[in-house]
Design a protein around this ligand. Structure first.
Ligand code: URA
Length: 197
């Protein structure tokens, strides 16, 4: 089945799932980008602007993300961008474990459909979804390999959240540095796959 069609179907399933937290009437922010993307960026949850537009990372953090991508020669449209939680929690509060659990089946399906080589979780909540005991200050920019229940081999490369980089020059420097590693990491991963096939 065409990936675009599968993603559209998944989006409709989320809209129809009344068991999910909707926080009053927050809009669904499903995710966007290239369905054939080799790299998927996964943030925490939509914010104010994302909720308004129904698109991920369109506020100030999103502008920084676009710039970081442009600096390594990856247009935003070439990657896939989403969040672990698909609706904005009230007052931008941190997502609760039960909310992450509620959206998990859909995130898993989204990852399965796109089948990226690299997942770059943005910030500690997204990172801890994949690597529960990791610390963002220690693990940012360090890739590790995970095997999903579906047998997908994924490289997880945690990155600081762009919103944190907007608050601290030191974090911004780290984030820029880590971003510059991504093209090499992708290339190495493709070559490793070709060698090992
Ligand atoms: N922060 C996130 O984690 N996700 C968005 O989509 C926007 C801001």
């Amino acid at each position: 089945m065409d990936k675009r069609f599968e993603l559209e179907k998944l989006k409709n399933e989320i809209e129809a799932d009344k068991s999910l937290p909707t926080y009053g009437a927050a809009n669904l922010v499903f995710g966007e980008g290239n369905p054939e993307a080799e790299v998927m960026f996964i943030g925490e949850a939509p914010g104010f602007h994302e909720n308004k537009l129904g698109r991920p990372f369109v506020g100030r953090a999103g502008q920084l993300l676009n710039k970081l991508l442009a600096d390594i020669g990856w247009p935003r449209e070439s990657v896939y961008i989403t969040n672990i939680i698909k609706r904005r929690p009230p007052k931008n509060r941190d997502p609760l474990p039960k909310e992450i659990k509620a959206y998990e089946p859909y995130l898993k399906k989204q990852i399965k459909i796109i089948n990226p080589k690299i997942i770059a979780p943005l910030g500690r909540f997204a990172m801890n979804y994949f690597l529960p005991s990791a610390k963002i200050s220690q693990n940012h920019g360090l890739p590790s390999e995970v095997l999903t229940e579906e047998g997908q081999r994924l490289i997880i490369c945690p990155l600081y959240h762009p919103a944190a980089a907007l608050r601290s020059t030191a974090v911004l420097n780290c984030l820029e540095h880590d971003f510059r590693k991504l093209p090499k990491l992708l290339k190495a991963n493709i070559n490793a796959k070709i060698k090992g096939k």
